[in-house]
Design a protein. Structure first.
Length: 185
């Protein structure tokens, strides 16, 4: 799963880098040549719509989502395991719901052959198709994580649920930073 999240992060990073370059070119062209590419804002919206699910996938896999750790750390391990399982299952349910919504939106766009109300008049099926792909990536990550958590729950592996699906402890974060420093050195 780490390779999966790394690939999502790389794709998102490349998209944002290209978008930054296009925005910089647009800004320079407006200032120096008094000319606009007319549509960079449209590209920005598409990049966010496509990139957000990729970031959601990275966050789910890396356990980077925000949690209120104060209470979680003080609970018995069984309670922590149950909450971790519940969090993983509900995130997968949300991802499936969003994926179904995205499919319906793309189907409607295709049915009506919708185009963007912008100077480019982009057929919306193109960016929405990529949005659907991003949502599929997010949903697949969440479903795989939910299956793994469910398997651990069926085995009654409380320690596994806490270790693999719980928030990182301060010690975990410190160890990750130290190993990252060693890698860079």
């Amino acid at each position: 799963m780490k390779t999966y999240s790394r690939l999502c992060a790389i794709v998102f990073g490349l998209m944002m880098t290209v978008l930054c370059i296009v925005i910089a070119v647009e800004t320079v062209m407006r200032k120096l040549l008094n000319h606009s590419l007319a549509g960079v804002d449209e590209l920005s919206g598409y990049a966010i719509a496509i990139g957000a699910p990729l970031c959601f996938a990275v966050t789910a896999v890396e356990r980077s989502h925000i949690r209120i750790n104060l209470l979680h750390m003080r609970m018995p391990r069984v309670a922590q395991a149950v909450l971790n399982l519940l969090a993983t299952l509900t995130l997968a349910a949300l991802a499936i719901f969003l994926f179904v919504f995205t499919i319906r939106t793309v189907q409607e766009t295709q049915l009506f052959k919708s185009v963007a109300q912008t100077p480019w008049m982009t057929p919306l099926i193109w960016p929405q198709g990529l949005w659907l792909l991003g949502m599929a990536v997010f949903t697949m990550a969440c479903v795989l994580l939910a299956l793994r958590a469910g398997l651990l729950a069926l085995r009654r592996d409380t320690d596994g649920l806490v270790r693999e699906f719980g928030p990182e402890t301060v010690e975990d974060e410190l160890q990750a930073e130290l190993s990252d420093m060693e890698t860079r050195a």
